[in-house]
Design a protein around this ligand. Structure first.
Ligand code: AMP
Ligand code: ZN
Length: 111
């Protein structure tokens, strides 16, 4: 997808160190961390909203969640973490490429 910052990161056009990468997803650090540890899990395929999900994208998201469960300790999230997916304007989504926020590394406040 042209002009999508996360597609550009996935493609390596914008440099961003990857803490994890496989054929379906990457994990990077959020550039403006909202917690001691703040990661973004970004599926490699572009779609903006959960509402845009088809079977294939649902499989990709399922894969991402299973992989997060598998690697969360390596990311320092062994004591617990928060998972957030912002959706659309009211949800505070600023990048229209679906991504999963992982926040932790400390006791998080209420939201
Ligand atoms: P959202 O507001 O849910 O769409 O989340 C977008 C997130 O992407 C924000 O938390 C930004 O801080 C983060 N972000 C934007 N550009 C970059 C970048 N180049 N590298 C890492 N994180 C980024
Ligand atoms: Zn994209």
């Amino acid at each position: 997808m042209e002009n999508c910052i996360f597609c550009k990161i996935v493609a390596g056009e914008i440099p961003s160190p990857r803490l994890y990468e496989d054929e379906k997803m990457i994990v990077i650090r959020d550039i403006e961390p909202k917690a001691k540890l703040h990661y973004l899990c970004i599926p490699k395929t572009h779609f903006a909203l959960l509402a845009d999900m088809d079977e294939e994208k649902a499989e990709t998201l399922k894969y991402c969640f299973r992989k997060i469960a598998e690697i969360h300790k390596e990311l320092g999230l062994q004591d617990g973490y928060r998972v957030i997916i912002n959706q659309g304007e009211n949800g505070g989504q600023t990048v229209p490429h679906l991504h999963i926020h992982l926040l932790g590394g400390e006791v998080l406040g209420d939201f």
